[in-house]
Design a protein around this ligand. Structure first.
Ligand code: NAD
Length: 280
């Protein structure tokens, strides 16, 4: 029999951050027991405190999604304090400047540009690219290996990965992040098939553009006005605005609940129409 929300444990990685912090609070408000996991312990504890103050039940736990040992220690604490994991949200992720080109389009004259920090495709640093692939892809795979073990043989369990718009069509300047999120979408489908016989559902969100600390300097200037890139994004978004973290809540709760019990292997764009619009 399906359990009530209050008997279900949700583990969210990267939940000390903007988007998954908001999702953690939404799960808390719906009565789920919430494990807020982040590399930054203080951020995780702070979100957990907010959930508890609002009448929910949450703990903040530190873990590095790239280290199995750290994840195992984190899982032990969650299992002892809340119980086995029913829902895993793989939210830790992000980009790195070393995997980002300075210009969207390459021109031969760029090779002569000696400005500090200017990067063409030829200057991309393999270490930066590895960082981004590891954080987004390995950082989804490893927590799944650790927490999905709790789901075996128990009904109503699911995994939600966080992909991105750029998984469908790569964004200019960020080849590593685009490729890594494409891998997350692909892995979502692979895992959905792999776990289907055990009844563990696996889906993903593909958020469009949400103004957060990660991308604030790319999208707005020091006065809060849109940069050229910010303007291009808004012009390409039929609904004419950036996403707000709360725009992700209803889809997240739906995909985690009984209403989605026959849904697995989908990647849902939440993007104000960005991915549907050809630009003309
Ligand atoms: P954020 O930077 O606010 O949150 C990311 C969190 O992950 C941070 O709290 C950080 O401490 C944590 N983290 C980083 N490395 C970690 C590690 N090794 N182990 C554990 N935790 C780690 O970013 P956000 O905007 O809230 O993004 C959340 C997710 O949504 C990411 O996967 C991001 O790629 C994705 N996303 C964001 C947007 C957007 O517009 N902001 C769009 C599409 C997808």
């Amino acid at each position: 029999m399906e359990k009530n929300n209050k008997d279900k444990v949700v583990v969210l990685t990267g939940a000390g951050g903007v988007l998954c912090g908001e999702l953690a609070k939404a799960y808390g408000a719906e009565g789920y027991k919430v494990a807020v996991v982040d590399l930054k312990k203080e951020a995780a504890v702070q979100i957990a405190e907010q959930i508890n103050k609002a009448g929910g039940k949450a703990i903040g736990v530190v873990a590095n999604v790239l280290e199995q040992k750290s994840l195992e220690t984190c899982k032990k604490e969650i299992n002892e304090k809340l119980g086995p994991c029913d829902i895993l949200v793989n939210g830790a992720g992000g980009n790195h400047p070393l995997g980002t080109t300075s210009n969207p389009f390459f021109k031969a004259e760029d090779l002569e540009n000696t400005a500090e920090g200017f990067k063409t495709f030829f200057d991309l640093d393999v270490e930066g690219i590895k960082f981004v692939f590891n954080l987004n892809f390995i950082g989804t795979l490893l927590p799944t290996q650790v927490f999905a073990k709790d789901m075996i043989g128990r009904p109503g369990c699911s995994i939600l990965n966080i992909s991105s718009m750029n998984a469908f069509t790569p964004l200019t300047k960020i080849p590593a992040y685009s490729g890594a999120k494409a891998a997350v979408s692909n892995f979502t489908q692979w895992l959905a098939v792999h776990f289907a016989k055990e009844g563990i559902r696996v889906n993903a969100l593909a958020p469009g553009f949400f103004l957060t600390e990660q991308n604030r300097t790319l999208l707005t200037d020091e006065n809060g006005d849109l940069t050229a890139r910010g303007n291009t994004i808004i012009a390409q978004t039929p609904m004419g605005r950036f996403g707000k973290p709360e725009d992700l809540i209803s889809t997240t709760l739906w995909l985690s609940g009984e209403g989605a019990s026959f849904i697995t292997g989908i990647v849902v764009p939440i993007d104000g129409g960005f991915s549907a619009f050809s630009g003309v």
